[in-house]
Design a binder for this molecule. Sequence first.
Ligand code: MG
Length: 404
Amino acid sequence: MAGSSTTWPSGSVARLNRQASRQAEVALAAYASLPEKSRGRRVPEAPAPDRNAFQRDRDRIVHSTAFRRLVYKTQVFLNHEGDLFRTRLTHSLEVAQLARSMARGLRLHEDLVEALALAHDLGHTPFGHAGQDALDACMKSHGGFEHNLQSLRVVDVLEQRYPDFDGLNLSFETREGILKHCSARVARHMESLEPGGVAHRFVAGYQPSLEAQLCNLADEIAYNAHDVDDGVRSGLITLSQLMSLRLVRHFHDEAVRDHPGLPGMGRRRLLSEVLRRMLSAQVHDLMATTRARLARARPADAWQARQGPALVAFSPSMRESITELKRFLFRALYRHDQVVAQTQRGKTVVHELFEVYAAQPAEMPAEYAQRSDVHRAAADYVAGMTDRFAMREHERLTGRRLFG
Ligand code: MG
């Protein structure tokens, strides 16, 4: 039995971890982002003993409040419409899984990719893009609202969990990758606050890290596939409609050729097999195209890889097929009457909540009510809400119930 003299083998575990992480890093490509070359954190911190800087970022993101709220935020279908639809949380996990396996194949830094994937939607409002559009309209004369910028605000400012700083104090590379897009106006403003900082690439015109590029395309692969899946599950789109798309038709025919009994085994199984093949084809296309581009460009390091055109990419023909699929989803699903009717209600909720809080800040929790910029406080508060909390709060403040 273990006596009081027993010690946990922490020394040897730590040594094994260090060996494992060194081995992992030996296998990284020259153009991978390296945590030991990180530009650091805004508030300097001692390195963690057994985790690299990007692992630590990933862990902080997973433990954040904003991350937990993603489970109750809409992707396309409102969270309460069904238990099987994707939410922002399951979407983020799917993106992380895709991005990590591609990162391993391309010898990029998996931990950075994972941190970026898990954080990429933290700034999304309730009710999906409709909520973001509504909040942007509310904030039109108060600096606007952009969800990528909001994701950065969440990790830089809004999470309050640490004694020494606001936000999560993430590494520069993670913060920079989170800021996927921003308008020229916002980029110039951010550059004035943090010269050479996370918005510098939008002003100076260079690419995000290869890890960030990969994460953006993994996001696209994930949502195209799962929106088709959820769209068919909801009954708003059908497989026969989808057969007009070359990507779907090709993999449907291939799947049926390989498994002639498949069409008789139920629509779900057939659709799953088509989607699985489509997803693999996009992953393999991206990996092959990216490898060829890297071989041509031969970047000596992560910084050189960011000059010139983006190196992580689909082939032109795959890009064309994906564009066709996206156009279809836009027309047939995102603009479907039923989806629009729901998101319209979401917009109303966001808009009216914002109006109430801006006029009566005391209706917000103290940490928001006490801020001097009441509009930004209201936008931050509303943006952080889950769908169902926003609905409840809207009913409390207006006495109207917009959702069944
Ligand atoms: Mg996303």
